[in-house]
Design a protein around this ligand. Structure first.
Ligand code: PFF
Length: 493
């Protein structure tokens, strides 16, 4: 290893394997599971999508997950210093992970703020005057409100991260994740007992059903091509597992050498996928059932993105009658926990760079200073996203930068899209691709054998070596192309 900051006790570590697992699952389970997976599954072939997703999760997600955890644990360092410590050619790649994580946070923090607001308005709604879908427009166009709730979300995350790895992150997830699961089950039971809920299940699981009904009310017979299913599933898998955004390398660096990396990686991938499916079973039938009861066809119901979460579903709670507020609170608290547990993992991944740097220079690292600095700089960017209100306030990048309307494609509609392009579109998949190249070809998987075998019988070594060397670089390269095509609206797939 080059000159590297040594891993110090001040960095902290997880108190138990279950604490680590719940935190890593908390990182993976986020807004992506709730508002992306179910819709993409429905639109892209139902079970066919699920099978392809699972195959990608096994051959690519698992391998990169284990690569990131192993890289962190082997070096005992966050991304920037871990790459520096271990590779001559790829020593700069850690910055891609940190920058990717940073840019994804810029808008995630704002969405987290929206979740807080929805918990509050549903809570108030219990006592009368349940909010409906119009709250969404009112919220995003209200700049001061958006800034205020974003700031509140920052303060919550800051407080948890500041509490330390065991004392903050682990503690939050140990309570938050089981609570999330229980709330999810309650919402599923409620959703599935609504009239017309079966239509929602068909949307998700019956191949071709969603394609037929979702194109602007027309029946479109074409089923998505295998390549486009692969492309959609690949992008979703990668984001959903929090790969390439520095969280998993950092969490790996806090994990004891006694623990079993292959087993842990399998559990994280499995749990994330299970919760994505369960979230779909909760959300889609409720949205569809309510839409049909309002006289809409399935094609007219918004089932994707922020619109699903903050508009369609709020109408569901609005129309539920007396108990709507109670279910609304349960649901938005669930989403809020998912958002917090994801955000704190990436804040940690960014802030650990400062902590490692301080110890490298022989100074006592200050966690509070590192977390505060990260949050303050981040807030300057999130501020733009909050004020922009998903493009509703006319300060999109192209408008501020004086670009022509020609330049607007998906990526430039609003600040959220712009930052998402930088993070999810480029930095994150590129970083993960380069990581698999580094482990597979520069360092060779064998050099991680001790790490993989520490705490396990090493049975996964052969499979992992094969995937990280041959499968991951190719698939990740494909995902980079998919993301670029998607974000720039190039229609390659
Ligand atoms: N795995 C997370 C999700 O599915 O929502 C992705 C994520 C995004 C994690 C942003 C953390 C974060 F700050």
């Amino acid at each position: 290893m080059d000159q590297v900051p040594s891993s110090t006790n001040q960095r902290g570590s997880f108190g138990s394997n279950i604490g680590f697992l719940l935190s890593a699952i908390g990182s993976a389970v986020g807004l992506g599971n709730i508002w992306g997976f179910p819709y993409k599954m429905g639109k892209c072939g139902g079970f066919t999508f699920l099978l392809i997703y699972l195959a990608l999760a096994v051959f690519v997600g698992f391998a990169i997950m284990m690569g990131e955890l192993a890289l962190g644990r082997k070096t005992g360092l966050g991304p920037v210093n871990a790459y520096k410590a271990i590779s001559k050619k790829f020593k700069w790649v850690g910055w891609l992970a940190v920058a990717g994580g940073f840019f994804v946070l810029t808008f995630y923090m704002v969405l987290g703020g929206y979740c807080i607001y929805y918990v509050i308005i549903n809570l108030i709604g219990i006592f009368g005057g349940m909010p409906d879908s119009s709250s969404f427009g009112a919220m995003i166009t209200n700049r001061w409100l958006s800034i205020g709730i974003t700031l509140l979300f920052f303060v919550i995350c800051w407080a948890i991260n500041r509490g330390g790895v065991a004392g903050g992150i682990e503690k939050f997830n140990k309570i938050g994740m089981p609570a999330l699961f229980v709330m999810l089950v309650i919402i599923i039971i409620k959703a599935l007992t609504m009239p017309h809920a079966a239509e929602g299940l068909k949307f998700m699981f019956v191949p071709g059903y969603a394609t037929k009904v979702t194109e602007f009310g027309q029946f479109v017979e074409s089923t998505p091509s295998l390549l486009s299913i692969l492309a959609t599933a690949g992008g979703q898998m990668f984001f959903s597992l929090s790969l390439g955004m520095s969280a998993m390398i950092t969490y790996g660096s806090y994990l004891s050498k006694k623990e079993n990396l292959p087993k842990n990686s399998v559990i994280i991938v499995f749990a994330d996928t299970l919760i994505a499916i369960l979230a779909g079973v909760a959300v889609i039938p409720a949205a569809v059932a309510n839409g049909i009861a309002q006289g809409l066809s399935v094609s007219e119901i918004k089932l994707n993105g922020p619109g699903l979460l903050f508009s369609t579903l709020q109408d569901v709670f609005h129309n539920m009658g007396a108990l709507g507020g109670v279910f609304g609170v349960i649901f938005y608290v669930l989403v809020l926990i998912a958002a917090i547990s994801s955000a704190i993992s990436v804040i940690e991944g960014v802030a650990v760079t400062f902590i490692d740097r301080a110890s490298a220079k022989g100074r006592e690292p200050s966690r509070t200073r590192a977390i505060t600095l990260t949050c303050v700089v981040l807030f300057a960017f999130s501020f733009l996203v909050a004020v922009d209100g998903l493009g509703s306030n006319n300060i999109a990048p192209w408008q501020m930068l004086g670009m022509s309307e020609e330049a607007i494609r998906n990526w430039n509609d609003c600040w959220l899209d712009f930052f998402d392009l930088i993070a999810e579109g480029i930095l994150m998949p590129l970083g993960a691709m380069l990581m698999s190249c580094m482990i597979g070809w520069e360092l060779k998987p064998k050099s991680f054998e001790d790490e993989i075998k520490s705490g396990s019988n090493g049975g996964a070594m052969g499979f992992w070596s094969f995937c990280i060397k041959f499968v991951c670089p190719v698939v990740m390269f494909f995902i980079v192309l998919v993301q670029v095509s998607d974000f720039f609206g190039l229609g390659w797939f």
